[in-house]
Write a protein that binds this ligand. Structure first.
Ligand SMILES: NC(=O)c1ccc[n+]([C@@H]2O[C@H](COP(=O)([O-])OP(=O)(O)OC[C@H]3O[C@@H](n4cnc5c(N)ncnc54)[C@H](O)[C@@H]3O)[C@@H](O)[C@H]2O)c1
Ligand SMILES: CCCCC[C@H](O)CC\C=C/C=C/C=C/[C@@H](O)[C@@H](O)CCCC(=O)O
Length: 257
């Protein structure tokens, strides 16, 4: 997929990985709707991006992806502003083992919501043009992180959901490729104040920090480059792309039948 003139939506776009995703999509010619519930950070980033890429390439919409109403409205506004949606990046997520229901609500249910609402706009069965959806999971979506079992569950859910809906899209003829990004540790706000995020598992913070030191941390730009690969490669559907500082790997999974 060439990105010139394409329209992308990025959730959790105001900071971290989502901000880097937004920037690489703009650098490659796409228009981008930035969705985030942090209005201050979102509007500040929008002003900077307008200066760098022009007034017509970006849009910021305050949106909590836990809200069906807000997410539905944000996608509708994007379509009305830019003429359609070609790329949906369901990236917003949190890590907090104390507020575990919210972790599941945002990380898993928010990704399902963003995927289903994007399908309504993009599916060829609905008169759409097709396109690509990229969901952000984590290495913790491929293997357990003992210090954050619910975050692990939410990310395993994102991997499983993405692989299943990608197969459904192919079988039903939606014309939409759907893939999942599984980064290792990335230097962002989410990866700070770790003990406070682990709740009853905070005693495992040091073990996790040691794991991160061993695995080394990624920059947000490295993750964004891998997002771009999944967006532009028309052969990629149902892929789980594991991203580590020194290795990137398309995962294979056991065939159960
Ligand atoms: N940082 C890491 O080590 C790492 C590694 C692998 C995967 N991830 C995943 O990458 C994604 C982005 O994480 P990050 O590290 O950039 O975190 P971050 O905290 O730096 O940025 C997350 C962004 O999402 C927004 N957000 C959170 N909840 C939201 C909601 N309900 N509605 C709308 N916006 C919301 C925040 O305001 C923020 O701008 C998350 O899904 C995270 O699980 C992070
Ligand atoms: C507390 C910070 C959490 C950051 C969450 C991000 O999504 C980054 C996750 C990065 C790496 C996850 C690694 C998971 C590894 C598992 O596959 C497994 O190998 C870990 C086993 C750990 C153990 O048994 O000690």
């Amino acid at each position: 997929m060439a990105l010139d003139g394409k329209v992308a939506v990025v959730t959790g776009a105001a900071m971290g990985i989502g901000k880097a995703m937004t920037e690489i999509l703009l650098q490659n010619g796409a228009k981008v709707a930035l969705l985030d519930f942090n209005e201050t950070a979102g509007k500040s980033l929008l002003e900077a991006l307008k200066k760098q890429y022009g007034q017509e390439k970006t849009l910021f919409l305050t949106c909590d992806i836990e809200s069906e109403e807000q997410t539905k409205a944000a996608l509708q506004t994007t379509r009305e502003t830019f003429g359609g949606i070609d790329i949906m990046c369901n990236n917003a997520g949190i890590l907090n083992e104390s507020t575990w229901e919210k972790t599941v609500s945002i990380n898993l249910m928010g990704v399902i919501r963003g995927t289903y609402l994007a399908l309504e706009h993009m599916s060829k069965l609905n008169g759409g043009q097709g396109g690509v959806i990229i969901n952000t999971a984590s290495m913790a979506g491929l293997g357990p992180l003992p210090s954050c079992p619910v975050y692990t569950a939410s990310k395993h859910g994102v991997v499983g959901f993405t692989r299943a809906i990608a197969a459904a899209s192919s079988a039903l003829g939606y014309g939409i490729r759907i893939n999942v990004l599984c980064p290792g540790f990335v230097q962002t706000d989410l990866f700070s104040n770790i003990p406070a995020r682990l709740g009853k598992f905070s005693l495992l913070a040091d073990a996790t920090k040691k794991m991160a030191e061993k695995m080394e941390t990624l920059s947000v730009s490295e993750v964004a480059e891998c997002l771009l690969e999944l967006v532009v490669d028309e052969m990629k559907n149902g892929e789980a792309f594991m991203v580590l500082p020194k290795s990137k790997k398309y995962m294979t999974f056991p065939v159960l039948l």
